[in-house]
Design a protein around this ligand. Structure first.
Ligand SMILES: [Zn+2]
Length: 131
């Protein structure tokens, strides 16, 4: 199985994703700190979003900002896991390579351009950022 990406390029994507994930993590913490006190009390003591149960909890929040950050955090997490599994850059729908240029724009992309276009036609509410 080839991903069309050499190890050096994957390492560069990984670095980029990990950096971005840290920023998103900070944004979530900040948004939580600024959100109302009840959330603050519930969540302030939880220091680390490695805990996926917390991410689940946050997804239930109606706070749009946080929701969006958590979505991105999870998308990055999923991309890093695909790297671990050796199938980063492989389309989940057709199994083909995702164009590296597309990954440059959307490093968390799970579909090739054709499958994503099809997916968005079938799921119009899904933005390209939330994949
Ligand atoms: Zn595809």
């Amino acid at each position: 199985m080839t991903t069309g990406l050499d190890r050096g390029r994957i390492a560069a994507f990984r670095e980029r994703l990990e950096r971005r994930q840290q920023i998103v993590h900070e944004e979530i913490r900040r948004a939580l700190a600024e959100s109302d006190q009840q959330h603050h009390v519930d969540l302030a003591g939880v220091g680390d979003l490695e805990d996926h149960a917390l991410a689940d909890l946050l997804v239930d929040e109606s706070l749009a900002d946080i929701h969006q950050h958590v979505q991105e955090y999870r998308a990055i997490d999923a991309a890093l896991m695909r790297m671990e599994g050796g199938h980063y850059g492989v389309c989940v729908d057709c199994g083909g390579d995702i164009d590296p240029e597309r990954l440059e724009v959307y490093p968390t992309a799970v579909r090739c351009f054709d499958c994503q276009s099809l997916y968005e036609r079938m799921h119009p509410a899904t933005s390209p950022h939330s994949i």
